[in-house]
Design a protein around this ligand. Structure first.
Ligand code: ADP
Ligand code: AMP
Length: 213
């Protein structure tokens, strides 16, 4: 099963993608996590990506597409995967589509997690991330057991540099201009499913599971 998560930054794509990955035993692939791991390790790719990420801009397609295609070609992806944060532009979606078509494959579901802009800034300022294992929390809605500490791996939680309110506004603008057109793209392919992302995360997940059945 090949699934794409669509939605504004902070809509809950990562939260749901992790639950889907666990339930269906498929890898969760987040291009944002891949970039953040590269930044943490000080790689060339990480340094290049950081220039864009810190401004709330998209990393250029040339850099992003190659990373993603290499990742989905790995052995653990043979039974499917859930993509979180890719594609984010029509050219990215076209490249993915073409690469899959060459293998006689296609995306099965594009799940659009719908959250209005008004809710997003609040969500992002409360988000706390573990840069070690990729877990995500929210100070009010989904708090860790111990404040500031990751439940999974015990590392310190951080407010991501790009979750500051001024950067979030930019990311929302970029989302509407460059990523939202993907809703029409996947609607035309007959695979788009929209869920209400404003309800409790367990209820969002139930809605997704009933679609995937
Ligand atoms: P995205 O991957 O779309 O950027 P995240 O999954 O990281 O978004 O979620 C953004 C923030 O909102 C996180 O702090 C997360 O814990 C919180 N969150 C996710 N789903 C919900 C929900 N249904 N209700 C309230 N908060 C949520
Ligand atoms: P995310 O963790 O998905 O919120 O992504 C964080 C940041 O990484 C984005 O704001 C972009 O700068 C960059 N990024 C992640 N995925 C992509 C992508 N598919 N295309 C371009 N930039 C991306």
């Amino acid at each position: 099963m090949k699934i794409i998560m669509l939605g504004a930054p902070g809509a809950g794509k990562g939260t749901q993608a992790k639950m889907i990955a666990e339930r269906y035993q498929i890898p969760h692939i987040s291009t944002g996590d891949i970039f953040r791991a590269n930044i943490k390790n000080g790689t060339q790719l990480g340094m290049e990506a950081k220039k864009y990420m810190d401004q709330g801009l998209l990393v250029p397609d040339e850099l992003t597409v190659k990373i993603l295609l290499d990742r989905v070609a790995q052995e653990d992806c043979k039974n499917g995967y859930v993509l979180d944060g890719f594609p984010r532009t029509i050219p990215q979606a076209e490249v993915l589509d073409k690469a899959l078509a060459e293998l006689g494959e296609a995306i099965d579901y594009a799940i659009n997690v719908d959250v209005p802009d008004e809710n997003i800034v609040r969500r992002m300022s409360g988000r706390r991330a573990c840069l070690s294992c990729g877990a995500t929390y929210h100070v009010e809605h989904i708090p860790p057991k111990q404040e500031g500490v990751c439940d999974n791996c015990g590392q310190a939680l951080v407010l991501r540099d790009d979750d500051k309110p001024e950067t979030v506004q930019n990311r929302l603008k970029v989302y509407h201009e460059q990523t939202q057109p993907l809703i029409d793209f996947y609607t035309a392919k007959g695979v788009l499913k929209t869920v209400d992302g404003t309800v409790d995360m367990k209820d969002v997940f139930e809605a997704i599971v009933s679609i995937l059945k």
